[in-house]
Design a protein around this ligand. Structure first.
Ligand SMILES: [Zn+2]
Length: 289
């Protein structure tokens, strides 16, 4: 395990951050518009989200780069800006962290599947290499490969990130299948842990897809399969759909109680995904103390 991960875990559970997309929408990002270009167009709004988490007590914040890969950006005519959007995203979070939090860069899926013949493995690897190299140049402390459902894609991202020499967290989204214990591509926690650690991940985890309570058995299984503390970022419960938009009703207090069960199940890093914000991080900080 990378020495930075080991050092952070000496004060486990390590509180990470919450959702970014909804925080940017609250600052004027239209729903359906990709948030990543705001690193160049509206940097002050992005910096505000990052500072909000640092002030709430996050010891690790992420970056506004979840969808900043070439495959997704070229759909918006931004293929030439991949490096600029990622390095700006890295710098904004590093400046906001100001030495009081670590910055782990967010890397999400491309939306293209090798298994469906939509992209080949070499292209996928090159796409992630381009993104992680720009993030590393921007000064991040590590990477979080997150919200993955296809293990082949996650492995491509992990191996590209590990090649930088920085620590790598590999997190997939579970909640599908009969027992709710698979990704939408049918991958189990055990299959993910084995493949992601072999690809160079320092630790594995789960994010999105489910609330804290249903994530408990997933974290237990990831802990057992990896033999390492787990990264966990559940949603604020299950959403209601109102006028086509997901609405999360779980309060920060209820969320933090659920998070305590995740820590007991083996989570060494804990934060929130969809439906969470700085108030949820403050609740986690109080839960911890
Ligand atoms: Zn989410």
């Amino acid at each position: 395990m990378h020495e930075l991960i080991q050092a952070l875990l000496k004060q486990a559970p390590v509180i990470t951050d919450g959702a970014w997309g909804t925080q940017l929408q609250a600052r004027g990002l239209p729903v359906g518009v990709p948030p990543d270009p705001w690193n160049l167009e509206r940097p002050e709004q992005v910096a505000e989200v990052a500072r909000g988490y640092v002030e709430a007590g996050s010891r690790i914040i992420l970056t506004n780069t979840f969808g900043a890969n070439r495959v997704l950006l070229e759909r918006h005519g931004l293929a030439a800006r991949v490096a600029a959007i990622n390095s700006a995203g890295a710098r904004l979070s590093v400046e906001a962290a100001a030495g009081s939090a670590r910055v782990f860069a967010s890397v999400g899926p491309t939306g293209k599947m090798v298994a469906m013949g939509e992209i080949d493995a070499d292209e996928l690897r090159a796409c992630f290499a381009e993104q992680v190299e720009a993030l590393a140049a921007g000064g991040v402390d590590g990477f979080v490969i997150e919200t993955m459902s296809d293990v082949e894609e996650a492995v491509a991202a992990v191996s590209a990130a590990a090649a930088t020499g920085l620590p790598v967290v590999a997190s997939m989204s579970y909640g599908s299948g009969k027992s709710g214990d698979r990704t939408i591509m049918g991958i189990t926690p055990e299959q993910a842990a084995e493949a992601l650690l072999a690809a160079g991940a320092d630790i594995v985890g789960a994010n999105c897809g489910q609330g804290p309570d249903t994530m408990v058995p997933i974290v237990e299984r990831l802990r057992a399969a990896s033999g390492r503390p787990v990264w966990a970022k559940p949603n604020a419960g299950l959403p209601r759909i109102v006028d086509g938009a997901a609405v999360y009703d779980q309060t920060p207090q209820v969320f933090a109680e659920g998070a305590r069960a995740l820590v007991d199940a083996g989570a060494g890093f804990i934060g929130g995904c969809c439906g969470t914000g700085p108030a949820f991080i403050r609740a986690l900080v109080s839960m911890r103390s």
